[in-house]
Design a protein around this ligand. Structure first.
Ligand SMILES: Cc1cc2nc3c(=O)[nH]c(=O)nc-3n(C[C@H](O)[C@H](O)[C@H](O)COP(=O)(O)OP(=O)(O)OC[C@H]3O[C@@H](n4cnc5c(N)ncnc54)[C@H](O)[C@@H]3O)c2cc1C
Length: 337
C-alpha cells in the first residue's frame, strides 16, 4: 500500500472544493482492500472508499484514509441464448461500461448512459434514470465486510435495494465493493416510456430504435439538461424525491394543482423535489459561490467554492424554505462527509 499524506481532494470529487485527506491511497487489487481495512483498524482511523467522487460533498478535512477505487476489468462469466453475465471491477468507469454493453448488443443499462462515476458505486444508491434502476441488472456483488473481516458474495435479494438506497447506503463504510456481476439481455425490452426519449427518437425519425439509438438519445437529453461537473461543480440531484401519504398529497394537490407527483402505491405518492424547490423560488438563485442550477432546480452548483460547507449551508436554506412552504422535509441524496 502506497500512502500519501495531507493530500488535497480537489481533483477527486465533482464539487472540487479544497478539503484534504490526512492519508490517501488507491486500491488496485482485492488484497489492497484487506490491507487498508486492517491498517485503519490498527491505527484507529476512519476509512472512506471513493470512486469518481460524483456523489460526495466534503464539508471538512477527512482525518483518516481516503482510498480511491481502481479495480479494473470486465470478464464474461457465463452466456446463454438469452443472457450474458459479466463480472466488472468496481473502478471501471460507469459510462464506458454502458457503452461497451451497448456496442456488444447487450441490453438493460442503456437508459443509465452518461451517469458519472464508477461501476462499484452504482449499487450504493441504486443509480436510476429514465425509468431504469441498476438493481434490475445486478446479479450479485463481491464485497469485503470491514466489520466481520470477511469476503462475501451478496445476491441481489440481499442488497436491500430501493429508491436511491441499498444495504450499502444504509450501513455506510461497512462494505467495500470490489466486483459487481451484471446480467444483461441479448434480446432486450427497450424502455422508451419516458416522453422525452420518445420525443428525441421521433425528431430523429427513428421508429424501431436500437440500443445505440436509446443510449444516444439519453446522452443528448442529459447533455442539454445537466451541468458538466468539469465546468460547474455539482453532484447531480442534490435531494431525493420525497414520498407522501395519499392524504397529505391530496391536501397539497388541492392547494397547488400544478404540483408534479406520481403514485407509487395505492396510498403513497412520490413528489418531484425539483418542482418543490422551484415553486419555493430557488431555481436560478445564486448566493456567493453556490447556486441552484437555472435549468434544473434539483441540482446545486458551485461557482468556485473553497469549502463544501458553503454548499451544505445553501442546501440547509433550501430545506428550510421547502419545509415552510409545503411542510415537507427534503432528504439529501448526496453523501455528506
Ligand atoms: C452531473 C451528474 C449527474 C448525475 N446523474 C445521476 C442520475 O441520473 N442518477 C443517479 O442515480 N445518480 C446520478 N448522479 C450521482 C452519481 O453519478 C452516482 O451516485 C454515481 O454512482 C457515483 O459514483 P462515484 O464513483 O462517483 O461515487 P462516489 O461519489 O465516489 O461515492 C459515492 C458513495 O459511494 C461510496 N463508494 C464509492 N465506491 C465504493 C466502493 N467501491 N465500495 C464501497 N463504497 C463505495 C462512497 O464512499 C460514497 O459514500 C449524478 C451525478 C452528477 C455529477
Amino acid at each position: 500500500m502506497q500512502l500519501s499524506t495531507n493530500i488535497s481532494l480537489k481533483a477527486y470529487h465533482s464539487f472540487s472544493s479544497e478539503e484534504k485527506a490526512h492519508y490517501f491511497t488507491s486500491i488496485k487489487s482485492n488484497d489492497d482492500i484487506v490491507e487498508i481495512s486492517n491498517w485503519c483498524k490498527d491505527n484507529h482511523l476512519p476509512l472512506l472508499v471513493i470512486g469518481a467522487g460524483s456523489n460526495i460533498l466534503f464539508t471538512k478535512d477527512f482525518n483518516g484514509l481516503v482510498a480511491k477505487m481502481e479495480l479494473m476489468g470486465i470478464k464474461k462469466i457465463s452466456e446463454s441464448a438469452s443472457e450474458v453475465v459479466l463480472q466488472v471491477g468496481a473502478g471501471e468507469n460507469w459510462h464506458h461500461f454502458v457503452s461497451y454493453c451497448v456496442q456488444k448488443g447487450w441490453g438493460g443499462i442503456e437508459n443509465l448512459s452518461l451517469i458519472p462515476g464508477t461501476v462499484g458505486a452504482s449499487p450504493i444508491q441504486n443509480i436510476g434514470a429514465y425509468g431504469v434502476e441498476v438493481q434490475e441488472c445486478i446479479e450479485s456483488i463481491y464485497v469485503y465486510d470491514t466489520i466481520q473481516n470477511e469476503w462475501l458474495t451478496l445476491k441481489n435479494a440481499h442488497c436491500a435495494f430501493g429508491y436511491r438506497t441499498s444495504v450499502f447506503k444504509q450501513s455506510p463504510n461497512r462494505y467495500i465493493i470490489a466486483q459487481v456481476n451484471f446480467v444483461l439481455q441479448k434480446q432486450p425490452q427497450l424502455k422508451t416510456d419516458y416522453g422525452v426519449i420518445r420525443e428525441v427518437l421521433h425528431d430523429k425519425g427513428i421508429k424501431n430504435p436500437s440500443l445505440e439509438n436509446i443510449a444516444n438519445a439519453i446522452v443528448q437529453i442529459r447533455t442539454q439538461k445537466l451541468p458538466d461537473p468539469k465546468l460547474l461543480g455539482n453532484a447531480g440531484s442534490f435531494f431525493k424525491n420525497p414520498t407522501l401519504p395519499i392524504e397529505q398529497y391530496e391536501q397539497l394537490k388541492a392547494q397547488f394543482p400544478n404540483m408534479m407527483a406520481y403514485p407509487i402505491s395505492d396510498n403513497a405518492y412520490k413528489i418531484a423535489a425539483g418542482w418543490l424547490i422551484e415553486a419555493a423560488g430557488w431555481k436560478g438563485v445564486r448566493k456567493g459561490n453556490v447556486g441552484c442550477y437555472e435549468k434544473q432546480a434539483l441540482v446545486i452548483v458551485s461557482y468556485g467554492i473553497e469549502s463544501g460547507k458553503e454548499v451544505f449551508d445553501f442546501s440547509e436554506e433550501i430545506i428550510r424554505s421547502v419545509k415552510e412552504k409545503f411542510n415537507i422535509v427534503l432528504e439529501r441524496e448526496v453523501n455528506i462527509v
